[in-house]
Design a protein around this ligand. Structure first.
Ligand code: AMP
Length: 340
């Protein structure tokens, strides 16, 4: 019998609760320090306890998972703590979704290529700090929740801020930094589910991130804001619904993304993904990121989302939707199409 497994972090609770609701056995891969926390939840049947997540690629872990016929649901922690290359080459356990695309998410150049292919409007990028001619955001590689990002408006402020963060040890001396135009506007994160069994794109929901300290700076008077460097560490998410007149474009962007993945990253986009960006002053959506797997912002909708309520008559979380797809795959003998 198939067991749904995931790393204990990020969105594990909704993934495993959803899997249980669809009748699966469930397994959490947890670091020892969080074992007690996950034991609180009765919908988790089995535990693989590791010293660190990266040990999931060790032979003992692999055979533990294989014995239980586990399918792993990938999320941001798998990328940040195990690494997309290790997941691609060393994690010899079936994964729900397209394993190859995780690399595209972690690599800035590949990410740009896919964004271009999907014809998503994106911010200007700068190949060198000396070319900075407007407000920019400097980003570090990997799904690290905005840790170490900083703003600059010219080469001088870039170097000053970079040095400051290197001095604090937030950024390493040789860490590659990606420089992107900062788009002033409302940040919005679109969450989708691409069903290859139904050949259909489902729109699940929207969230905003609550980030420290950038979301806190507006709470203090301007005179005290001066000299503070905003940071972008996600601490949580809040829900959002979109003006209905903007929804159609959200669907179209998702469909173009799915088409682009089909073309560039076979076997295509399987399951959840997210397009992340900002509505600028002209209410145009500018995409600065995508996540080619479930995002933690879907945790908002464990008992169903506003948009899935239009499709499903029972409460359907993203975690449960994944499990439902796997169940449908098993029943229609097409599970192989969903796993890599
Ligand atoms: P990311 O890791 O790319 O999702 O970025 C983390 C956070 O930085 C986002 O949630 C935004 O608040 C902010 N951000 C990233 N890129 C941009 C951009 N180009 N313009 C404005 N804000 C951005």
């Amino acid at each position: 019998m198939t067991t749904i497994a995931t790393l204990g972090s990020h969105c594990a609770l909704q993934v495993l609760k959803g899997a249980k609701d669809e009748g699966f056995r469930t397994l959490v891969v947890t670091e020892r320090k969080r074992e007690r926390f996950y034991r609180r939840f009765k919908f988790i049947d089995d535990f693989l306890v590791l010293n660190r997540f990266a040990d999931i690629t060790k032979p003992n872990s692999i055979s533990f998972l294989k014995k239980r016929d586990a399918v792993i649901i990938p999320h941001g922690t798998l990328i940040s703590e195990v690494g997309s290359e290790e997941v691609e080459n060393e994690l010899h356990v079936p994964i729900f979704g397209n394993r190859n695309i995780l690399r595209w998410e972690a690599d800035r150049e590949l990410k740009e290529k896919l964004t271009r292919e999907a014809r998503l409007r994106s911010p200007k990028t700068f190949s060198s700090p000396d070319k900075i001619d407007r407000l920019v955001i400097a980003k570090l590689p990997g799904a690290r929740g905005g840790l170490g990002y900083f703003l600059a408006s010219d080469a001088e402020s870039y170097r000053k801020n970079l040095k400051e963060l290197q001095r604090k040890g937030v950024i390493g001396k040789n860490t590659p930094v990606f420089i992107q135009e900062y788009v002033v506007g409302v940040p919005v994160y679109f969450q989708y589910f691409s069903s290859i069994l139904k050949n259909e794109l489902e729109f699940f929901g929207i969230d905003r991130r609550y980030e420290t300290t950038v979301d806190a700076i507006g709470r203090i008077p301007a005179e005290h804001q001066k000299g503070l460097l905003p940071s972008y560490i996600v601490v949580g998410n809040s829900p959002l619904v979109l003006r209905e007149s903007l929804l159609e474009e959200a669907y179209q962007m998702g469909e173009r993304f799915v088409d682009a993945v089909k073309k560039l990253v076979p076997p295509g986009m399987i399951g959840p993904f997210c397009i992340e960006g900002v509505y600028n002053e002209d209410a145009e959506f500018v995409t600065f990121e995508f996540s080619a797997r479930i995002v933690a912002g879907t945790n908002l909708y464990i008992s169903g989302s506003p948009y899935f309520s239009l499709i499903y008559d029972e409460p359907m979380s993203m975690g449960r939707r994944i499990a439902l797809e796997i169940k449908n795959g098993i029943e229609s003998k097409s599970l192989g199409k969903l796993l890599t």
